[in-house]
Design a protein around this ligand. Structure first.
Ligand code: ADP
Ligand code: MG
Length: 464
């Protein structure tokens, strides 16, 4: 791979880091929540850190946080998501604590360390306390992965590296995180996504600070790296990863890796890395069977009830219905369950299977397999243009609009990421896809014809 294309991939990450304009988001809050709620609550939220798929938001006090989370979280997420499509969650940091921590540090004359420590903790060790072994439900599809993960915690270095692979939303990150939480009790743990690893790598090159980077990543006793498939095609990063890997193994640090496929199937990854990754234990997580899905639903309901001190009336019929209908992954399953719970809570009623069918109509129909190819064919057919024209670089509106509609639908109806969608549209950049999604979203609100077209195309897609 030549230098130039590595560079553009690098920029891609950096750009993603600062896409959000917080005052724009605040304006949207004010519009959707109304002046009163906005000025008493939401106007006090500040943006502290932005990552690819989550945000750290600052709030003044603990009480403030609990209030916001219990009442407005869903809507807040939804609002921010309209500006930042990749968002999965937000995390609240209580500034009162932070302030006193800093004051404490200043007292201890550690002034110089403050920003660095803060930075490094936030950036490198984002372990989520809610993803632990206790709430990971065992099933036939994940049993071996779970047992191996626990074994690694009891006895490090027995399998090195431990390599866990499986499709999207099946629990890889959850397991890695659980291992991190467990091992953190006895030793120092580094937990990082491959994307973050890359981000720091690039930042260090730019700042001419590779020495620090190497030191930092090589000193951990446990090194956990999530989604290693993203290393694909990034030569410089692979080089660095290879050396990091070797020096960790040399000093007997435990390495745990996840990916969406086995090492041998990793695309555009150096052979020597694949061989290193295959040198320990490789385990996979498969799609959940019905029994596991039901167990997960029941556990989530129980945990939620305990946590919020509420009682949800969700019958076994409804549970079976969700488990049966949800053909996607566990992440999808939980999303659907949350929707049902929220609906039941708002309407204060015991839901029937029929209610669920209604609530979830769009979800289930979208879950039928709709691919980017299918969308491209349907959209070009609908507008009576050829597929080649639609994918071409020409910018005239009769071609550009359908192209944008097809990108928009690909984002809405498939699970492909923005860069993946871009690639399928004659190798366009992900920012082009973002722009398309924004444009069509806006047009949908203003323009009746657009929503008619989108509805018609969607029903064509869902028909087969
Ligand atoms: P992946 O990293 O494989 O894409 P995640 O670990 O992010 O998947 O899992 C997606 C969601 O499903 C998370 O909310 C996770 O907590 C949940 N999940 C996955 N497997 C299980 C399980 N066996 N028990 C409980 N929750 C699970
Ligand atoms: Mg994951």
């Amino acid at each position: 791979m030549d230098k130039k294309s590595t560079q553009s991939e690098n920029y891609f990450v950096l750009e993603e880091e600062k896409t959000l304009n917080w005052s724009e988001v605040q304006n949207a809050f004010e519009k959707s929540f109304g002046k009163e709620i906005y000025s008493s609550w939401l106007s006090n939220i500040t943006l502290l850190k932005e990552y690819n798929d989550y945000l750290v938001l600052g709030v003044p006090t603990r009480f403030f946080r609990d209030w916001i989370v219990s009442r407005y979280l869903d809507k807040i997420l939804q609002q921010i998501k309209s500006f930042k499509l990749s968002l999965i969650r937000v995390e609240f940091k209580i500034l009162e604590d932070a302030k006193s921590a800093i004051i404490e540090n200043v007292k201890n004359k550690d002034i110089n360390l403050v920003s660095e420590i803060k930075d490094s903790i936030l950036n490198y060790n984002r372990l989520n306390p809610n993803l632990n072994f206790d709430n990971f439900v065992k099933g036939a599809s994940n049993e071996i992965a779970l047992t191996s993960s626990k074994k690694v915690c009891e006895q490090t270095n027995r399998y090195n590296p431990l390599y866990i692979y499986g499709g999207v939303g099946l629990g890889k990150t959850h397991l890695l995180n659980a291992i991190g939480l467990e091992l953190k009790k006895k030793t120092n743990v580094m937990f990082i996504s491959t994307e973050r690893f890359m981000y720091h790598f690039i930042k260090s090159i730019k700042k001419n600070d590779m020495v620090n980077f190497k030191d930092f990543f090589r000193k951990s006793s446990v090194f956990i790296i999530d989604d290693i498939q993203f290393i694909s095609g990034k030569e410089g990063l692979q080089e660095e990863f290879f050396h990091t890997f070797n020096s960790l193994i040399e000093k007997s640090s435990q390495i745990i890796v996840s990916a969406d496929r086995p090492p041998s199937k990793l695309d555009r990854v150096q052979e020597r890395i694949k061989s290193r990754l295959s040198g320990g234990l490789i385990v996979d997580i498969d799609n959940p069977d019905l029994e596991l899905k039901i167990k997960i639903i029941k556990k989530r309901i129980n945990d939620n009830q305990d946590q919020f001190g509420e009682k949800y009336n969700i019958s076994d019929d409804v549970i079976n219905f969700i488990a049966n209908e949800c053909k996607t992954n566990i992440r999808g399953l939980i999303g659907i369950l949350n929707r049902v719970i929220t609906f039941g809570r708002i309407h204060k009623k015991t839901l029937s299977t029929n209610d669920c069918k209604n609530i979830l109509k769009d979800v289930f129909s979208q879950a039928r397999i709709i691919t980017v190819d299918k969308i491209q064919n349907t959209v070009s057919g609908f507008f009576n243009i050829s597929l080649n024209e639609m994918l071409s670089q020409r910018r005239s509106r009769p071609l550009a609009r359908p192209r944008q509609i097809a990108m928009y639908l690909s984002k809405k109806l498939t699970t492909r990421s923005l860069p993946e969608i871009g690639r399928r549209f004659a190798n366009r950049d992900h920012t082009t896809v973002i722009h398309a999604v924004k444009t069509i979203t806006k047009l949908l609100q203003e323009n009746e014809e657009m929503s008619k077209n989108i509805n018609q195309i969607t029903s064509l897609l869902l028909k087969e």
